[in-house]
Design a protein around this ligand. Structure first.
Ligand SMILES: Cc1ncc(COP(=O)(O)O)c(C=O)c1O
Length: 428
């Protein structure tokens, strides 16, 4: 029998390592959180890319409480709706870079991915081309962990060990469009959609190479393939515009959002749908869409989303991200000269500090060691794909905090580097 100090099964974890080492967080304010022993940490990742307006925002707690007192929620299946869900649909569709969009709400990013994958296949079925079933994805992509998201995983470890996943998924190279062109030509008339993040996030923060999005869109148009842009991380401001699709001039058929829509104060996701996809479903030819979630259009989730979007606007947080982008890039770049650092990549308030192949080869667990060293220095970060440190602070952070962050990361990498040298010396 396992004698554990916890009954909480942590997601994305090896519980054998977690038992006895839980970091129990108790409160948060701005870009900072405190554990239950009162230790303060800089939240370098805005939790999981989501706490964009910062922790401890009373406005969002009050918006939730106000809505819960009036109407917690009610199913939106069939013809039911509620005021906050209707208002949020209007609001996000007005912000979306998709003309005349409509919004299908979910309970998070993985649900949004599932919804989009089912919608594109169901769309082609409805318009008389059921042979269009294939979904193309990029190497390194992360589209959540429901069964569709797992099947679309461009990070091989995330799909390993689960047996048969959803068939009909083809992976193409991360950078450049020539591999995509080849696959589209080989499977002409059988591809439903191309799913992609504007900037690869969990796969290591890879901004698009020059001309990537223009080339992808030309190919999708030429092969009549739907373009699904997963903005679960980038949506609602992380790149300094409401959607990264604006920054890269992407005209998507579907845009997926989650995390930043509520800054994580309530689990909400959204699929923003352009006119083409709406057509058969809203005119009636496709019949009933047998898809939806108990909490789709949750009244309290929608009220919190509206309050969060209101804060981003009222506090000029998109402008602030644009201002902080340069600071994040220049502060993290100072780490590029470190002997253990291979590359620093940033876009908006997304960043990755990748360690050298040599360091990773010598010690495959080095990223976790740096993460622990940073934690000891009061910074919470995590490893991305076992190679890089994840950085995505709240939009309300300051340039001074970013400078302190870079200094703490340098110290943490130094400390692990020193341990590494000491161990190598012991072995000699
Ligand atoms: C690009 C992207 N899509 C989808 C998801 C899944 O979102 P969730 O964890 O809310 O289900 C994530 C989560 O990090 C993500 O980064």
């Amino acid at each position: 029998m396992i004698q554990a100090s916890t009954r909480f099964w942590h997601p994305f974890s090896d519980m054998s390592q977690v038992i006895g080492h839980e970091v129990i967080l108790d409160r948060g304010e701005g870009a900072w959180v405190w554990d239950r022993d009162g230790r303060r940490y800089y939240d370098a990742t805005a939790s999981l890319w989501y706490c964009n307006v910062g922790h401890g925002r009373v406005e969002l707690a009050e918006a939730a409480a106000k809505q819960m007192r009036r109407l917690d929620s009610y199913s939106t299946f069939g013809s039911y709706a509620n005021e906050p869900a209707l208002e949020l649909a209007e609001r996000v569709c007005a912000l979306a870079p998709i003309p005349e969009a409509v919004a299908f709400f979910t309970t998070g990013g993985s649900d949004a991915v599932d919804t989009a994958a089912k919608l594109v296949r169901r769309y082609w079925h409805a318009v008389g081309q059921p042979e269009r079933q294939l979904i193309l994805v990029r190497e390194g992509a992360y589209h959540g962990m429901n069964t569709y998201g797992t099947s679309l995983a461009g990070i091989p470890a995330n799909a390993a060990g689960y047996g048969q996943l959803v068939p009909g998924v083809i992976q193409v190279a991360r950078d450049g469009a020539s591999d995509l062109a080849r696959v589209l030509a080989e499977h002409s008339g059988h591809v439903a959609a191309f799913f992609a993040e504007p900037v690869i996030g969990a796969g290591g923060v890879y901004p698009p190479v020059e001309g990537y999005w223009a080339a992808v869109q030309e190919l999708c148009r030429a092969h009549d393939v739907l373009l699904v842009i997963d903005e679960v991380v980038t949506g609602f401001g992380r790149l300094g515009s409401w959607f990264a699709s604006e920054r890269y001039d992407i005209q998507a058929d579907l845009i997926l959002g989650a995390k930043g829509i509520t800054s994580g104060y309530f689990p909400v996701g959204v699929v923003l749908c352009g006119q083409r996809i709406q057509e058969p479903f809203w005119r009636g030819s496709a019949g009933l869409l047998r898809h939806g979630y108990t909490y789709s259009g949750h009244a309290t989730g929608a009220a919190v989303s509206l309050a969060n979007l209101g804060l981003i606007e009222a506090e000029g947080l998109l402008e602030r991200v644009r201002y902080l982008e340069a600071a994040l890039s220049s502060e993290l770049s100072t780490l590029s000269d470190h002997a253990l650092v291979a590359e620093v990549r940033t876009a908006g308030l997304m960043g990755a500090v990748e360690l050298t192949a040599r360091a990773l080869q010598d010690d495959p667990g080095i990223i976790d060691k740096v993460v622990r060293a940073a934690q000891e220095r009061g910074v919470l970060t995590r490893g991305l794909v076992g190679r890089a440190l994840h950085i995505s602070p709240a939009f309300i952070t300051t340039a001074a905090e970013l400078a302190d962050l870079a200094a703490a990361l340098r110290e943490s990498i130094d400390a692990v580097g020193a341990q590494r040298l000491a161990t190598a010396a012991d072995r000699r």
